[in-house]
Ligand binder design. Structure first.
Ligand SMILES: [Zn+2]
Length: 476
């Protein structure tokens, strides 16, 4: 039987046996008593950050969590959980303790482009239009294995920074599906309905993917690079697919002045009006960048619940402009604002904490974006926009996507014990950091700082080899 790309990568990147050992010594927080996938007690975390049902930021002190299967079963003060019958116990209280947050939600990425890190150094200071024009040459030089490997590199780096759910915007479905299976990441797999790099993409192809992948790990969505590139027929077909299959639709939006102008030339109207014309102005649409929008467009977008991926680093690196954060905020649009990393071409560090900090700095000249707002943008807002009501919070019934951060660490300490919100401020303003442990759907994907599903050393070696081979092909 022919080995699939996924099987090949799984065997090439398999972690060494000792990565999975649960050290019983005093330095381990993990203690396994029986079945790994059974009931897990997360014991006595000094601080848990989450949002309640009304989106108010909550700080729980000295709480424990009970995980059953892929979900959180109970959240209670540590002393109240009497039961002893657990298959595994994670001690979040000892040696300074652990701060737990929900897994972060990254609403805009292009994971296979991880293989293109260093391909465009931006040394000459190109703007976004020039950079995008140069990309197809590289992307056309990528095989399916290259794309899957790039996506694995990208997603595992996101996981090391606490991201457990990702929206991928790309022209191919299969490599992202393979990468999400291998890394166990929650992935919204938005596939381009048309693409210069992959001319076969079409509404019919989207429907074919739906019929062929009934049990996929990733969740299909529809992507479009820019609205102005589509014909009215394509946008009509997108709307039909969104309604028929209950899909999300995403596109880059008003990213540069030229893009907004191209849209007016093609359709005789602004991008917001184009969404309205094709019945896409609603909460199943997620748009990224959103820089060149007029005041009335901001009000319309906020009122209709269109999701927004704010990408402050990408916007400044490409000299695209500044997202009108406060206009959306004043139009009651905050619940629909989320954060994304974009690809490594736009933000080399695939981390949302540093993106939250960049958001704070970018918009500081007018007012201050509160830490609690930034926290929501990384968690509940992303979940709302992606229609994942059981993710982005730590509460009974929610999926167990959890990040475990070491408290006795640079950037956390010192903090005000009477005002634990200072910890949230510290973790954001200190910039990105690595997680100690990471759980997705009730499974530890990173344990004792080691990835449980890929050997990172082998992964980095493969990425380097495939990148150099791609460079040779691009040169020809
Ligand atoms: Zn993008």
């Amino acid at each position: 039987m022919k080995e699939t790309v996924l099987q090949k990568l799984q065997s090439e990147l398999a972690p060494q046996a000792d990565a999975k050992i649960d050290y019983e010594g005093e330095h381990s927080r993990h203690q396994v008593k029986g079945n790994r996938t059974g009931r897990i007690l997360i014991h006595n975390a000094p601080f848990i950050f989450t949002c309640d049902q009304n989106d108010k930021t909550q700080i729980l002190t000295g709480h424990s969590l009970v995980i059953e299967g892929d979900a959180i079963k109970a959240v209670a003060p540590a002393g109240q959980i009497q039961e002893q019958n657990f298959d595994a116990i994670y001690d979040a209280g000892k040696r300074g303790g652990i701060v737990i947050t929900p897994g972060f939600i990254n609403t805009h990425t292009h994971p296979p482009m991880y293989l293109m890190r260093s391909a465009m150094m931006l040394d000459e200071g190109e703007g976004v239009d020039e950079t995008i024009a140069a990309m197809p040459r590289w992307e056309q030089a990528m095989s399916e294995t290259d794309m899957a490997l790039g996506a694995i590199g990208d997603i595992t780096e996101q996981q090391k920074h606490g991201i457990t759910t990702t929206l991928s915007h790309y022209h191919a479905f299969a490599p992202l599906e393979q990468a999400s299976r291998l890394t166990e990441q929650n992935l919204i797999n938005a596939v381009s309905v048309m693409s210069n790099v992959s001319p076969a993409n079409s509404p019919a192809l989207i429907e074919k993917i739906i019929s062929e992948h009934t049990a996929s790990h990733s969740r299909l969505a529809i992507a479009l690079h820019y609205l102005y590139k589509a014909t009215p027929e394509i946008l009509t077909a997108v709307n039909a697919l969104v309604n028929k299959y209950d899909l999300l639709f995403t596109c880059h939006f008003a990213e540069s002045e030229q893009v907004a102008k191209n849209c007016e030339e093609k359709f005789g109207m602004r991008e917001t009006a184009v969404l309205k014309k094709f019945n896409l102005l609603n909460d199943r649409t997620l748009i990224s960048h959103v820089i060149y929008v007029r005041d009335e467009e901001v009000k319309t977008l906020a009122a209709t619940g269109v999701g927004i991926a704010h990408l402050p680093t990408s916007n400044v690196i490409h000299k695209s402009g500044v997202f009108p954060f406060w206009k959306f905020y004043d139009a009651n649009g905050l619940p629909y604002l989320s954060l994304g990393t974009d690809s490594v071409i736009s933000k080399s560090r695939l981390d949302l904490l540093s993106e939250a900090y960049q958001t704070r700095i970018t918009h500081l000249y007018d007012r201050t974006v509160k830490f609690s707002s930034l926290f929501k943008m990384m968690t509940v807002n992303g979940a709302r926009i992606l229609h994942l009501p059981d993710r982005g919070r730590i509460a009974p019934g929610c999926k167990a996507d959890l990040v475990f951060w070491k408290l006795r660490d640079r950037g956390f300490i010192p903090y005000d014990a009477d005002e634990p919100m200072t910890l949230l401020g510290n973790i954001i303003t200190h910039g990105g950091r690595m997680v100690r442990d990471l759980m997705i759907n009730g499974r530890f994907v990173i344990k004792n700082r080691r990835h449980q599903l890929v050997d990172e050393s082998k992964l980095l070696q493969q990425l380097q080899e495939h990148h150099l081979a791609m460079r040779q092909r691009v040169k020809k």
